[in-house]
Design a protein around this ligand. Sequence first.
Ligand code: PLP
Length: 478
Amino acid sequence: MKLIFEQSRPGTRCSLLPPCDVPKAGLPVALRKSPPRLPELAEVDLSRHYACLAKEAHGVNDGFYPLGSCTMKYNPRINEEAAALPGFTGLHPLQPIETVQGALEVLCTAEKLLCAITGMDRMTFQPAAGAHGEFTGLLLIKAWHRSRGDSARRKIIIPDAAHGTNPASATMAGYDVVSIPSNEKGCVDLDKLREAVGADTAGLMLTNPNTVGLFDENILEITKIVHDAGGLCYYDGANLNAVMGIARPGDMGFDVVHLNLHKTFSTPHGCGGPGSGPVGCREFLAPFLPGDQAVADGDGFTLERSTASIGQVKAFYGNFLVVVRALAYILTLGREGVPEAAENAVLNANYLMALLKDGYEMAFTEGVMHEFVMTLEGLKKESGVSAMDIAKGLLDHGIHPPTMYFPLIVHEALMVEPTETESRATLDEAAQVFLHLLDQARTDPAALHAAPVTTCVGRLDEVGAARNPRLRYAFPAE
Ligand SMILES: *Cc1c(COP(=O)(O)O)cnc(C)c1O
């Protein structure tokens, strides 16, 4: 497939601009010395180019997408209908308050419902992604310690099973990261945690169920150990799918939570954005929340900003239309539907695991929630076929691979999260494909080393892509 620049034919146009009804004003010459080298294409070719790109990607509408920790659930069309309402799409963030009452009501209602789901008191919708939420939440923790004159707390404790964004966000927020090893069950080792906490502990970041899909039964003890040491507890709720409507981070003892609306709450994961990573907190942290908060005011709604706010982390109110989609989702499911979705997510993961566990070695089988992790270490020793090979083989069967080589504590890991929106028939078919690949690993490993053969590109040089990314088009020398 050609790049759009390579398809460009000078003089071709597809823009139909209305006649200009204001005086023309060019850019200052100092800013632009030559015309921008934009590709020149007819509308039909432009349209085909993007349609072609879309076909070469695998989305949740193309097939099964069990990408562990990412919750690639179906995004219901009704969410899109709500977000496309002209009353929402035509808004300007600087409109007078009395003309945006509906939008403020959306923010207030979403805040109320998500606080009910998480057990938090307040919530901001500014952060644009999960990692951005982590960063924001850690700044709340930092602001609180600082407000009490406690500047000795420089460390954030993070279990080694954590999502990679946790240590990255803690570092971005100016903290030193203390990594603690997990126990043999993949959960927090209480003795190691007790050894790690102290007068320099700002807080703990934890995912529960954790990244191997297990619910940590010691959670109340864990949050108590951190609180007794004077630290706060941060809940990475990127993936709340196993517990939403059933168990609340607030009741587990957490002080700050972020959610990924683009995972649990069925809004699209659009190529890195726009997402939404709202941060909820307990009342004592609310004064530090970023930016303006929508609040009820008599019969209507208004905006409020605390003088202790950590400041803006994103323009205005975050990705507002993503919040509209998530609210549509929650209201569609309702009080009964939210926990039912969580139960089905857990059921689907356990069902698929049961279909696979005679063939594939599971890293953990007890208490598996919404996702499970298998280890292909044995298969690799026996046949030379790695987790990567099986993942690539799945592509030839129209299935997006599970998350690979994560969490780091499991070798040759494949982490499978089917989500609740897949039917039993889809899970049965997927299990057949997984088991077929296992046979193939033993009978014809060379075929799997060569996979994928049906996609537009085969094996990519992933290290090269990460180390030497080519992010701009190299125009031929003029
Ligand atoms: C996805 C995920 C994140 C990060 O979310 P982004 O929106 O990708 O920044 C953090 N923690 C966990 C457990 C996740 O699954």
